[in-house]
Design a protein around this ligand. Structure first.
Ligand code: URC
Length: 313
């Protein structure tokens, strides 16, 4: 029975559509010698199907219903089978597939958001598999001046700086108790949205000619370079390396606090569709997330940065 045909006298079903919304997909494509150069495609794909779904609503007869779960699987499988040449080309492939493969589906709408990434440069050279999300991070500054003591405290920082390493990250050797199901990872994506704050020494804050802009740019550069260059066995280790790199290079910085949500990327199981997922197609989960936080300061310096801020991925 077609949509719009009355089944109950007082009302009829009009426009309706269904599908799986917001399929977050990260596709890694390898090229160059030994596939060492990675390209990343990061999409949010929503599927809406329109067609002969009257009975699904009227009587619960699902014989015309392609499960939303199947539409989700199709998105991930198509990324592997056809690649993602562009958001438009990928959308066309999917839309045509749903309409031509199921006679009861008359129209398919695929909406795609694509998130752009730049390569992280280290010493001016683009890295093979380290990326930063395009768009500006938000720079932050907190200044406190005490009339009593004359103390000037400056905490600089940034938030919303999203970075990703598509390899050089492992996680294993951790505690396993009766509730542990996590599989050890020997090659995983490591991604995080950095919130960083760093406190300046009195020597820096006391100088009238102190170049805050340069200090900020350089501290940010060291955070990014350390993220890109650290072969990581945990996000905690990466956190320590990032903070340490800033203090190694910026004498004006006494303390760094980092809040790093672990933006999990799960390898999609394509086995049921006869496809091998060779670390190519990932599901980018936005919740839940591990939240790794820590303050690192120079020895003998009392930490001043608040630890209670609520950070979300
Ligand atoms: O880098 C990580 N640190 C953890 O503490 C942790 N815990 C977890 O489940 N995955 C990860 N990854």
């Amino acid at each position: 029975m077609k949509s719009g045909v009355p089944r109950v006298s007082a009302y009829v079903l009009d426009q309706n559509q269904y599908g799986k919304a917001e399929n977050r997909i990260v596709k890694i494509t390898r090229r160059g010698n030994n596939g060492g150069w990675h390209d990343i495609t990061d999409l949010n794909v929503s599927v809406a199907l329109r067609g002969e779904f009257g009975e699904v609503h009227y009587s619960g007869d699902n014989s015309n219903c392609l499960p939303t779960d199947t539409t989700k699987n199709t998105v991930y499988a198509f990324a592997k089978e056809h690649g993602v040449a562009s958001a438009e080309a990928f959308g066309i492939l999917l839309a045509k597939h749903f309409v031509t493969s199921q006679p009861v589906i008359h129209e398919a709408q695929i909406r795609v958001e694509e998130y752009a990434w730049d390569r992280i440069p280290v010493a001016g050279r683009e890295q093979q598999h380290s990326f930063v999300r395009k768009g500006q991070e938000i720079r932050t500054a907190q200044v406190t001046y005490s009339g009593d003591t004359g103390a000037l405290q400056v905490i600089s920082g940034l938030k919303e700086l999203t970075v990703l390493n598509s390899t050089n990250s492992e996680f294993h050797g951790y505690i396993k108790d009766r509730y542990t199901t996590l599989k050890e990872a020997h090659d995983r994506i490591l991604a995080t949205k950095v919130t960083a704050r760093w406190a300046h020494s009195a020597a820096a804050t006391g100088r009238e000619d102190f170049d805050w802009n340069r200090s900020y740019e350089e501290s940010k550069r060291h955070l990014l370079e350390a993220f890109a260059e650290t072969y990581s066995y945990s996000l905690q280790q990466t956190l320590f390396a990032m903070a340490g790199r800033v203090m190694d290079n910026r004498p004006e910085v006494n303390e760094v606090r980092l809040n790093l949500p672990n933006k999990h990327h799960f390898l999609v199981d394509l086995d049921p569709f006869g496809l091998k997922n060779d670390n190519e197609v990932y599901y980018a989960a936005d919740r839940m997330y591990g939240l790794i936080e820590g303050t690192i300061h120079r020895e003998g310096v009392k930490p001043v940065i608040a630890t209670s801020d609520w950070i979300t991925a």
